[in-house]
Write a protein that binds this ligand. Structure first.
Ligand code: MG
Length: 450
């Protein structure tokens, strides 16, 4: 049985086993009490289990005196924007993000529209685990209202961005295929594309939550989209995960660019228009770093996790950033990963350059990444990482989040898992063989470090 995952990215578990009504109840009662019964935006992705989770969440929020603003089936970034729109004290997105259909979970947001800070999240979880919450009496129970306009406001906000010239994009009449994997994206991505004058073919567009394929938008899961782009002779293909914060791009030849290049393209577009700082997480491709250097812009890395990137972006006053897994963050819109935004920025770049996606991709720094994991059963993960840190202390090493070692043309990032006895090994190099060899080398070194 899988474990319940409780982290800065929220709470996730499998329905019928780890994500029980009791788990949903204790953390939501804690969250409602933590907000002192303020107003809370509630949205969910399209999972079949969504109504079950939603009704418990709503009941708990009402019990702690919160005003619930239910925005229905929406992307996670739409919840974040709706919090700002309503000046709410917080929000909850009911989703297990890219996890398969049997999962669901809760992403907790603060009144600023960002995820709860790691400190606040820890406080809410501790309150939930300790049964520390405050139930209101019958006169002070919360109330409920619906807002059905959140998706449309999200689309309008993107069309109104300075970086997006909607008329120019419309004039190109792009042919686009999108795969929203029966997630919340079906309710926003096709509408956005139509608003940008695209002729749109939608696959897996019904937001019924029975995902047509493994929902993480990795190349191996989006073959249907690649095929459709080829068949249609489309200019672009876009795949999003069920809660629409991650976007993967397929080029006009039907080749998946890999999620890392969604952010690289966005960084290039933004920096080509404006000087400013860039923040990405430790595991993100060096492509964005090279682009920032090309434009003489300051580049920083944060710990992995959307809230960590968002907080670092705020601190650095960054103008663009995100995570290499297809998560683009533009503070001008809001400080969270946003797939509809990534779609619009990509089309903008195609429209203003007059180049195909293949051509745009080939102009970007070329890297290959390997994501592997190595079993450390019976070993202490912190001790293993410490030994690796000691061994490479003379190298260009960063210990902010696990162990990251930068070499001249490549890097390796080692992180422990909080749920399994493994160390994740991520490498990147200009050639795939080199990235593989580097991963193999570090996997061996980790095992012998035990
Ligand atoms: Mg997601």
């Amino acid at each position: 049985m899988s474990r319940l995952m409780v982290s800065v990215s929220g709470v996730r578990g499998e329905v019928g086993s780890t994500l029980t009504p009791q788990v949903i109840e204790k953390y939501t009662l804690a969250f409602g009490s933590f907000l002192n019964g303020g107003s809370v935006v509630l949205g969910r992705d399209s999972r079949v289990s969504g109504p079950f989770v939603s009704q418990i969440v709503k009941g708990c929020l009402l019990a702690t005196g919160c005003k619930v603003i239910d925005i229905g089936i929406v992307p996670t970034p739409t919840v974040q924007m709706a919090i700002e729109h309503h000046h709410a004290e917080g929000g909850i997105a009911i989703t297990a993000s890219h996890n398969p259909v049997q999962w669901n979970g809760l992403k907790f947001m603060d009144g600023n529209g960002r995820f709860l800070s790691p400190e606040k999240a820890a406080r809410v979880y501790a309150m939930g685990d300790a049964g520390e919450w405050h139930l209101q009496d019958w006169q002070n129970l919360g109330s409920e209202e619906a807002d059905t306009e959140a998706n449309q406001r999200h689309i309008d906000a993107i069309l109104n961005l300075d970086y997006v010239d909607a008329d120019l994009i419309r004039s190109k009449k792009f042919k686009v295929v999108c795969d929203t994997v029966n997630g919340a994206g079906g309710l926003i991505i096709p509408r956005l594309l139509e608003a940008l004058g695209c002729s749109v073919t939608v696959i897996n567009g019904d937001a019924h939550g029975r995902f047509a394929h493994t929902p993480e938008p990795l190349p191996e899961n989006i073959t249907e989209l690649c095929e459709a782009v080829k068949q249609e002779g489309a200019d672009a293909g876009f795949a999003v995960d069920p809660d629409v914060d991650r976007c993967a791009i397929v080029d006009n030849t039907g080749a998946p660019l890999g999620e890392e290049y969604t952010l690289a393209l966005a960084v290039k577009l933004v920096l080509s228009k404006k000087m400013g700082r860039v923040v990405v997480n430790m595991s993100t491709s060096r492509a964005s770093e090279d682009i920032a250097r090309y434009y003489n812009c300051t580049f920083s890395r944060s710990k992995v996790g959307e809230i960590n990137v968002a907080e670092k972006m705020l601190e650095m006053e960054a103008i663009i950033g995100g995570e290499g897994n297809g998560g683009v963050i533009l503070p001008e819109l809001h400080l969270g990963r946003d797939a509809p935004l990534a779609v619009a920025l990509t089309l903008q770049q195609m429209a203003e350059s007059g180049k195909t996606l293949r051509e745009l991709f080939l102009e970007l720094p070329q890297y290959h990444m390997v994501k592997a994991k190595v079993s450390i059963e019976g070993m202490d993960p912190d001790a293993v990482l410490q030994r690796m840190a000691d061994k490479y202390k003379e190298a260009n090493i960063n210990l902010l989040d696990g162990v990251k070692i930068d070499f001249e043309n490549s890097w390796v990032h080692l992180r422990k898992s909080n749920t399994e006895p493994i160390v994740r090994v991520m490498t990147e190099a200009p050639e795939m063989e080199e990235a593989r060899a580097l991963a193999d080398r570090f996997m061996q070194e980790i095992q012998s470090a035990g």
